[in-house]
Write a protein that binds this ligand. Structure first.
Ligand SMILES: Nc1nc(=O)c2c([nH]1)NC[C@@H]1CN(c3ccc(C(=O)N[C@@H](CCC(=O)O)C(=O)O)cc3)CN21
Ligand SMILES: CC(C)C(=O)C(=O)O
Ligand SMILES: [Mg+2]
Length: 291
C-alpha cells in the first residue's frame, strides 16, 4: 500500500471542497482492516457509524449500542487509517442528559480513540449540546432526516420529511446546526429535492445517504457497498459495488470441502523436520513409557 504522505481532510478542507463542488466521499468502517481498505481506496473520510450495532454486532437497531462499543471500534479504525479523517457517532442517549454529561461522553471518545470529530443525530433540540462540544474544540457533524436512534419513535426505517411541515422543520434544523457551529451535516433518507434545497441554503457541506445527488458528498455503509450482508433486504439508496458476502460463503465452502476430503493441508502448507530428529523423538517417548 502506498507509503507516500497522504492529504488528510480537515473541517476547513471539506468546506473548500463544497465551495469548489468537489464531491466528498465518506464510507463507514468498524475495524482496522476495513479502515485500511477505505484509506487505500482514497476516501476523504471514514465514519465509525453506530450502524456497527446492526452490521457488526447483530442488533436490529442502533439503540443498544454503548459508548464502550463506539470507543472500542473507533480505536481499531484509528489504528487502521492513521492518515484519514475519522468521525464517530455518539451513541443513543449520550447527548440528551445534561450538557456536562454530553461533554464528558464526547471527551472520552475524542481522547481515548484519538479521532477527528463526532456526529450527533437531531436538530434544534440538541443545539445546546452541539454548542458545548464546539466550545470544547470538538468538530461536530449533524445528522437529519432518518435518524436511526429514533427508529422506535418513527415506527420503522422510513423516508422522512415528505410533508410540508417536516420538510420545513428539517431545513430549519440544518440552519440551526450550522449556526451552532457544526462543520457538516448528514442528510439521510429524504426526498432528493429537499437534499438539494438544504445544500443550497446552508454554507457547510451536506453528506447524503438517500438524499439525492446535489449533496456536497455521499456516505455508504461498508457492508452495503461491498455486498457483505447475508440479509438481502436493503434500502433503496444502497448501491452494491461487489458481492463479497457470496464470495465469502463460496470460499468457506471450498475450505470445508477440502478439509473433509483430506485435500487441505497438502504438502505446500506443511512444515518439515529431519527424519532422524523425529525418529529420536519417537524413541525417547517409547523409553519414557517403559520406565
Ligand atoms: N447496513 C446498514 N446500512 C445503513 O445504511 C444503515 C444501517 N445499516 N443501520 C443504521 C441505519 C439504518 N438505515 C436504514 C435502514 C433501512 C432503511 C429502509 O429500509 N428504507 C426504506 C424506506 C421505505 C419507505 O419509507 O418508503 C427503503 O426502501 O429505502 C433506510 C435506512 C441506515 N443505516
Ligand atoms: C448511515 C450513517 C450516516 C450512520 O449514521 C451510521 O452508519 O451509523
Ligand atoms: Mg449512525
Amino acid at each position: 500500500m502506498d507509503k507516500e504522505a497522504r492529504f488528510k481532510q480537515t473541517t476547513r478542507s471539506v468546506q473548500v471542497m463544497k465551495e469548489r463542488s468537489e464531491p466528498i466521499v465518506m464510507v463507514t468502517a468498524y475495524d482496522s482492516t476495513q479502515a485500511a481498505h477505505a484509506q487505500a481506496a482514497g476516501v476523504d473520510m471514514i465514519l465509525v457509524g453506530d450502524s456497527l450495532g446492526m452490521v457488526m454486532l447483530g442488533y436490529d437497531t442502533t439503540v443498544p449500542v454503548t459508548i464502550e462499543d463506539m470507543i472500542h471500534h473507533a480505536k481499531a479504525v484509528r489504528r487502521g487509517a492513521k492518515d484519514t479523517m475519522v468521525i464517530v457517532d455518539m451513541p443513543f442517549a449520550t447527548y440528551h442528559q445534561s450538557v456536562a454529561d454530553t461533554v464528558r461522553y464526547a471527551s472520552r471518545i475524542m481522547q481515548e480513540s484519538y479521532v477527528d470529530g463526532l456526529k450527533l443525530e437531531g436538530g434544534i433540540e440538541i443545539v445546546p449540546h452541539v454548542q458545548a462540544l464546539v466550545q470544547a474544540g470538538i468538530p461536530v457533524c449533524g445528522h437529519l432526516g432518518l435518524t436511526p436512534q429514533s427508529v422506535l419513535q418513527f415506527g420503522g426505517f422510513r423516508v422522512q420529511a415528505r410533508e410540508l411541515h417536516a420538510a420545513q422543520k428539517l431545513l430549519n434544523d440544518a440552519i440551526a446546526l450550522q449556526a451552532a457551529g457544526s462543520f457538516m451535516v448528514v442528510l439521510e433518507c429524504i426526498p432528493s429535492a429537499l437534499g438539494t434545497l438544504v445544500t443550497e441554503t446552508i454554507t457547510i457541506p451536506t453528506i447524503g445517504i438517500g438524499a439525492g445527488d446535489a449533496c456536497s458528498g455521499q456516505v455508504l455503509v461498508y457492508h452495503d457497498l461491498l455486498g457483505l450482508g447475508v440479509d438481502s433486504r436493503r434500502a433503496k439508496f444502497v448501491k452494491t459495488y461487489a458481492q463479497l458476502g457470496e464470495s465469502a460463503i463460496a470460499a468457506i465452502k471450498s475450505y470445508r470441502d477440502e478439509v473433509k476430503q483430506h485435500e487441505f493441508p497438502n504438502q505446500e502448507y506443511r512444515y518439515d523436520i529431519a527424519v532422524e530428529a523425529i525418529s529420536s523423538v519417537k524413541k525417547h517417548v517409547q523409553e519414557e513409557e517403559k520406565a
